[in-house]
Design a protein around this ligand. Sequence first.
Ligand SMILES: Nc1ncnc2c1ncn2[C@@H]1O[C@H](COP(=O)(O)OP(=O)(O)OP(=O)(O)O)[C@@H](O)[C@H]1O
Ligand SMILES: [Mg+2]
Length: 253
Amino acid sequence: MNVAADNILTVRGLCKNFGALAVTQQVDLDLARGARIGLIGPNGAGKTTLVNLLTGMLSSDAGTIVIDGHHIEKAKPETRVRHGLVRTHQINTLLMETSVRDNVAIAVAERQNYAWRMLRYGPQWRACLDEAQHYLEEMRIGHAGDRRVSELPYGEQRLLEIAIGLSLKPRILLLDEPGAGIPSTEAHIIHEALESLPPDIAILLIEHDMDLVFKFAREIVVLVLGRVLTRDVPANISSNAEVRSVYLGRSVV
Ligand SMILES: Nc1ncnc2c1ncn2[C@@H]1O[C@H](COP(=O)(O)OP(=O)(O)OP(=O)(O)O)[C@@H](O)[C@H]1O
Ligand SMILES: [Mg+2]
């Protein structure tokens, strides 16, 4: 295996079939520490499936996933999180009628193996809330901590998802369409939040908003029919004739 020394994530030969549908086909993926990689491709290309395979929400049929020298392809999802592999979801998974700060504090408590239902109102819960506030501020929604999630504008709910991801202390953060469903008037807050993510975290950004991807990513991976078509710097991706014909043709980048 040819692996760069500064890789935090190394994926080789990852495969997944759903019945006759080969949805992930021999995927190789390298993420360096602090990487900023975009993952793009048509609907149904297998982007979310790849994230599900990496995080262990789905089991792979073949291939290896190595984080910082540790094979995790057979590990449980929570073990992968402990190795620093964290994702956000294409569709919101927040506790809508709970406060914004509590949503993050619960994740902080779970990270520390606290039974958070037992420790509510105790000093440990206070510490979880304080830590949660730090992540909310990092995502620029510190003002919203006391509000119910359902009261937040949708763009801020997406930022809350990322704040929860940060609270799990990721070394690799997989963001599945953080801009999905956000009105264009709010799109800039996602861009600003992505730009302010800690530089040491490796980030894989899945997005159909090409403006967001091309501003954020230093390299872009194109996935088509479960295969990596190419990986290159943004300027070469936007001028790549094959990429334009399978995906970018309709958009101007
Ligand atoms: N649990 C499943 N069982 C069977 N087929 C599935 C399952 N999950 C996904 N698929 C199929 O696998 C393919 C890839 O789906 P996936 O959700 O990974 O695509 P995607 O690239 O994330 O698309 P989008 O851009 O629309 O989010 C699709 O054809 C989808 O219908
Ligand atoms: Mg998807």
